[in-house]
Write a protein that binds this ligand. Structure first.
Ligand SMILES: [Zn+2]
Length: 316
């Protein structure tokens, strides 16, 4: 079974012509690399469709959803304290970014694809129930997880978030849920300030949030050691029916937004460990969501490494 690659031209329109670190060139660099190299043969490219509003409301406040979707702006406007910006194409891009994730988890669960990558913008893991934050408007990965539970009757969905920033929005969404295991590896202290190891969930969700703070300078050996000692055992105990990845590549040594020192290869190694775990528990079902990554060259190389491993696992 092949690996699918979900994207849409709208994702290149979000923030087009506006100077911002989360810029269309990021996605363009991935698309160029995927379509010109060896990967083009290995991936099935799928055009994303818009999400249903009711599905977005599984995670977000209806009023907030309405506010984003009806946003009309000729100029770039700021949605939060200054880091999340919207342009004319943003509401549609955000709607299709959620749609890509929902479509991808559906297709993988139905056995159409072995696994999938959602090459989307805007990213999602900082978005809160009723607030845009950290370049994120709708929480794409949290919505896909909620969809699997509410609409596809899954009982255990794991989210591994290796973006270098803590996924505060995703953590918040499932903090009281025993049906979603949220595991985050992130530089700490760092933006957005959350992600302390002492936060492990609350109520029924106690023990289902695992925060792994990493210090500035953390390299591959420490990262992968932690992965083997903490992340994989936690996933094995949870026995997920589906694994979602918040795939940010901003922990790369060459990335301007972090102080961690991961190599390109580290992203392949983490992917390998997760896909093997998914094969043990859930027929290899993995869907990965693009989050951060801001050095365009290192970013595209790291995404390619991630996809090489996904496509290889998809074959077996
Ligand atoms: Zn990030």
């Amino acid at each position: 079974m092949p690996t699918s690659f979900y994207t849409h031209d709208l994702f290149l329109k979000h923030l087009e012509g506006y100077e911002h670190v989360e810029r269309p060139e990021r996605l363009r660099s991935i698309l160029q690399r995927m379509k010109s190299g060896a990967m083009v043969e290995k991936l099935t490219f799928v055009e994303a469709e818009p999400a249903e509003q009711s599905v977005i409301e599984l995670v977000h406040d209806p009023e907030y959803v309405q506010q984003i979707l009806t946003l009309k702006t000729e100029r770039a406007i700021t949605l939060d304290w200054g880091d999340t910006v919207a342009t004319a194409a943003t509401p549609q891009a955000a709607l299709y970014a959620v749609g890509a994730g929902v479509q991808a988890v559906d297709a993988v669960l139905n056995g159409r694809f072995a696994n999938a990558f959602c090459a989307v913008r805007p990213p999602g893991h900082h978005a809160e129930t009723a607030r845009a934050m950290g370049f994120c408007l709708f929480n794409n990965i949290a919505i896909a997880a909620a969809y699997l539970i509410e609409h596809r009757s899954l009982k255990r969905v794991a989210i591994v978030d290796w973006d270098v920033h803590h996924g505060n929005g995703t953590e918040d969404t499932f903090i009281e849920s025993e049906q979603v295991l949220y595991v985050s590896l992130h530089q700490y202290p760092h933006y957005p300030g959350t992600g302390d190891a002492s936060v492990t969930g609350s109520g029924n969700g106690t023990g289902y949030t695992l925060n792994i703070p990493l210090s500035v300078g953390t390299g591959d050996d420490d990262l992968l050691g932690t992965f083997d000692e903490k992340v994989i055992p936690a996933l094995d105990r949870f026995a997920p029916e589906f694994i979602l990845i918040s795939a940010g590549f901003d922990g790369h040594v060459d990335d301007p937004l972090s102080g961690t020192c991961f190599s390109t290869e580290a992203f392949g190694e983490m992917t390998q460990r997760i896909t093997e775990c998914a094969i043990r528990h859930c027929s290899g079902r993995v869907v990965s969501f693009l989050e951060g990554g801001y050095n365009v060259t290192a970013f595209a190389e790291s995404v390619e490494r991630h996809l090489e491993v996904l496509t290889y696992q998809g074959k077996s």
